[in-house]
Design a protein around this ligand. Structure first.
Ligand code: C2O
Ligand code: CU
Ligand code: CU
Length: 516
């Protein structure tokens, strides 16, 4: 049985929530109902400290994993039972990778956030056949950042990532000590891979998207941190750095601490911010990363929670979400708990002031302006709806061979993704302004092989925590970004741009660009 006590409590709350129908649960949020029942300690992924020139092996494999207090259930992992190791590299180094595919089906491994040429990017063109080994050599040359890696096979990314195939890569520049940032891995520099899942009766991972799930993205009712349900982390009673990755297929998390303490954003997707940015809540969209500093010097245990995802519009998505999760009225759900421990040495007790120099985006450098309209269900009709539903059922039965049939249902600028069509050709060494327009719901837009600066989002300048180097932007209406193209992508091996709601990506909300 999977995490029996916790599920029972969740079910009880669901019933209460339904009964209350508009009332609060006596003002008692879910996270206030006592300590996590499973109280597993936070799993810390194995750290691979990569050395210049020395090979790093990553094995994509099927496995079994214990998510909660129940038994082990089928999962996938990268050299692990679920998720992957944290690979730490130094900018300037060259690392040969050996990526082994032991999944029994075709895959790829994409380096999300690395500024590298398309030949080694791991997108849908860099396929690794079952049993094969892919050996890209990666030359790291970019600012310090928390990046990640995940499969990207054509039409089958959502299922493979959902099963557990994702890991973090830290690009360091050796400057954190001088900046005064916490840097002891697993102690005061902690990776947190955030996900939401659905579990079946026997505690097994469930991925059977309905047509509604494909339309809005597949969301779960159980939160995971590093593959664990409501774990507890012991931390030093000082400043701790959390490297946050939203590795959910579709859900935006609205992060905060239960006691509403402030915390400090020090980095966005692709690099450090000029100085820490104080926040009390932080929305993190699928594929986004943030590094934050949290002060635990008061010694008090505190829950790390999320508020509901309000970025799916107020249409059927919102209804679906409320109906399915049946969360308590305030909708707060707990990821995990932090427990300060005075036995652990707090090495950072002061908030750093200055982190990096970051010039304002130079919009005059742009040589081109392009517009991308993300169209969910483009060209939708009855036949299309049936094709999509059919594909969802078929995928559940035979791991995704019918996805091609459904791939026509979403698009960008009225066209669905095609492996054989290069949509945009840009010039190496130039910058462009890309305008992204969302219809019906918010989409997290991502580009391969580049980082960008957000110029505006919904007509406003970006918030301070979003104004650094980025590779994902959550677009609810219209955003403009300034992109610089510094890595080669031939028309035969183009880069991708796409919505990072993985169901949208797999069903055609993706395009290809060359950099020549
Ligand atoms: Cu996270 Cu196309 O990728
Ligand atoms: Cu990517
Ligand atoms: Cu989308």
């Amino acid at each position: 049985m999977h995490n029996k006590t916790s599920m029972t409590r969740r079910q009880a709350l669901r019933l209460l929530g339904a009964a209350a129908a508009g009332l609060t649960l006596g003002g008692l949020p879910k996270w206030a109902l006592g300590a996590p029942s499973s109280a597993a300690s936070l799993p810390i992924p194995t750290l691979i400290d990569a050395r210049d020139g020395e090979a790093v092996t990553l094995v994509l494999q099927k496995n079994r994993h214990r998510f909660g207090s129940g038994g082990a259930v089928p999962s996938s992992g990268i050299s692990a039972s679920y998720l992957g190791p944290v690979v730490r590299v130094r900018s300037g180094d060259t690392i040969p990778f050996r990526v082994e595919n032991r999944l029994g089906e075709e895959t790829t491994l994409h380096w999300h956030g690395l500024l590298i040429p398309s030949g080694v990017d791991g997108g849908p063109h860099n396929t690794i056949q079952p049993g094969a080994v892919w050996t890209p050599e990666l030359k790291f040359n970019q600012p310090a950042a928390t990046t990640w890696f995940h499969p990207h096979p054509h039409g089958n990314t959502a299922r493979q990532v959902y099963g557990g195939l994702a890991g973090l890569m830290i690009v360091s520049d050796g400057g954190d000590r001088d900046r005064g940032l916490p840097m002891t891995y697993g102690v005061d520099d902690i990776p947190l891979v955030l996900q939401d899942k659905r579990f079946g009766r026997d505690g097994e991972l469930v991925y059977e998207p309905t047509m509604m799930d494909l339309m809005h993205g597949f969301q779960g009712d159980t939160l995971l941190v590093n593959g664990a349900i409501e774990p507890v982390a012991s931390v030093p009673a000082g400043f701790v750095r959390l490297r946050l990755l939203n590795a959910a297929n579709a859900r935006n998390f609205d992060l905060r601490f239960a006691d509403e303490r402030p915390f400090f954003v020090v980095a966005g997707d692709a690099g450090l911010l000029p100085e820490p940015v104080e926040v009390r809540t932080l929305v993190i969209a699928p594929a986004e990363r943030y590094e934050v500093l949290v002060d635990f010097s008061d010694g008090r245990p505190v829950d790390f929670v999320t508020a509901p995802d309000t970025h799916h519009g107020d249409g059927p998505g919102m209804m679906m979400q409320m109906g399915r999760t049946g969360a308590p009225i305030d909708g707060i759900e707990r990821f995990m708990r932090f427990r300060p421990d005075h036995a652990l040495t707090a090495t950072v007790t002061r908030l750093p002031r200055k982190l990096v120099k970051l010039p304002a985006p130079d919009i005059r450098s742009a040589v081109e302006w392009r517009t991308f309209v993300l169209n969910p269900m483009q060209g939708m009709n009855m036949a299309g709806m049936q094709a999509m539903t059919g594909a969802a059922g078929g995928a559940a039965r035979d791991s995704g061979h019918d996805h091609a049939a459904a791939a026509q249902m979403m698009g960008i600028n009225g066209r669905s993704f095609s492996m054989d069509r290069v949509d945009v050709t840009t010039k190496l060494g130039t910058s462009e302004i890309w305008e992204i327009v969302s219809t019906a719901m918010a989409h997290p837009f991502h580009m391969h092989g580049v980082s960008f600066r957000i110029l505006s989002n919904n007509g406003k300048p970006p918030s301070a925590e979003q104004s650094g180097l980025k590779d994902v932007v959550l677009v609810s209406e219209r955003a403009e970004v300034l992109v610089r193209f510094e890595n080669l992508a031939t028309p035969r091996m183009p880069f991708m741009y796409h919505c990072h709601i993985l169901e949208h990506e797999d069903h055609g909300m993706m395009g290809q660009f060359a950099v020549v």
